[in-house]
Design a binder for this molecule. Structure first.
Ligand code: NAP
Length: 305
């Protein structure tokens, strides 16, 4: 039986460990402060931000959400970010993506002070990641490393294959695995014979955003599979095919008319892997936990700890 890597349990552990650090900061000076910039009314972004604000609140982190209208200009957004950079009570700044098309997103992300860049997206922090220097790391990749570490899955000396080369998941997770001494291959949409490359992986990280495309032939028996994908299925036939052996998932589809699936075929993952992250409940819960950890670390750094 494959082991399920329970992201919610690891998230709870991390948040529990952060509590005394938040309390120590609060009594030494003030609670850590996180500012979230949420432009417009994108429903998915609103849900993500709500989760981040709630997690901050539960942990005793001060949080503030700035909500400029969807018509905001790059200049106005830069003024908001610069204002937050100057604030002594704000340790972390998060600009929720995507930004509307008229905004120069890269310019805005570049304006966030690297010390307050709790998403780890600023080029300075990407450079720190490449050089393996201490700095905020991108949250989802950092969460994946926490899952491997806390489940004691060996990384050093093993073959890791990452499918996806985005700046927010694929590239940073590949670098983190490399720093942990894995032999890492990064794949993308132009990789020939993807299945053969994936079958070499002791640790397979799927971050493509393509529903259940990695089937049994992509998984080496006994591999650890980290499924980052979050894909919503609306098609009844596809849901029936993917979840024929998962009554719970099928019931969810019947009730809601939609169900989440990762990038890896769930049945193949269960049958071929030694351990895997389920979707949902695997990688997802770690993203917010690592954002909280980055905010606490930023506050500790600013206090000189
Ligand atoms: P992205 O920016 O769209 O990048 C997708 C990557 O996958 C690209 O590098 C692309 O290759 C590659 N790819 C796409 N189709 C492929 C194929 N058929 N074969 C091989 N490679 C393929 O996506 P992302 O932002 O990294 O997110 C990936 C997934 O993770 C999404 O489902 C997203 O929702 C999920 N996600 C989850 C969390 C979480 O907290 N759980 C956080 C972030 C993202 P090219 O570069 O060649 O186009």
């Amino acid at each position: 039986m494959a082991q399920i890597l329970d992201g919610s349990r690891i998230r709870d552990e991390i948040l529990e460990e952060l509590k005394p650090r938040v309390a120590a900061l609060a009594s030494a000076r003030r609670p850590p402060g996180l500012a979230v910039v949420l432009v417009g009314n994108n429903p998915a972004s609103e849900i993500y931000v709500r989760g981040k604000v709630k997690a901050s609140h539960d942990l005793g982190i001060y949080s503030e959400t700035v909500t400029p209208p969807v018509s905001v200009s790059t200049g106005d957004l830069l003024k908001i970010v610069n204002g937050l950079n100057q604030r002594g009570d704000i340790d972390g700044i998060l600009v929720q993506l995507p930004l509307p098309p008229q905004v120069a997103s890269k310019e805005v992300l570049l304006a966030v002070s690297p010390e307050k860049d709790v998403d780890g997206f600023h080029p300075c922090n990407v450079g720190n990641l490449v050089a393996n220097l201490p700095a905020p790391r991108a949250c989802t990749p950092a969460g994946i490393l926490q899952i491997l570490k806390r489940y004691k899955i060996p990384v050093a000396g093993r073959r890791a294959v990452v499918v996806g080369r985005s700046d927010i998941v694929g590239k940073p997770v590949a670098l983190l695995l490399l720093h942990e001494h894995a032999t890492v291959t990064i794949c993308h949409s132009k990789t020939p014979d993807l299945a053969a490359v994936c079958r070499e992986a002791d640790i397979l990280v799927a971050a493509m955003g393509r529903p259940a495309v990695l089937t049994a032939e992509y998984i080496k028996p006994g591999a650890t599979v980290i499924d980052v994908g979050m894909n919503r299925i609306h098609d009844r036939d596809e849901a029936a095919r993917l979840f024929a052996q998962s009554p719970d998932k099928w019931a969810t589809f019947e009730k809601k008319g939609t169900v989440l699936v990762g990038d890896v075929d769930p049945a193949a993952m269960r049958e071929r892997s030694q351990a895997y992250t389920p979707v949902p409940g695997g990688v997802g819960p770690l993203t917010i936990a690592m954002l909280m950890a980055n905010t606490v670390e930023a506050a500790e750094r600013s206090l000189g700890r």
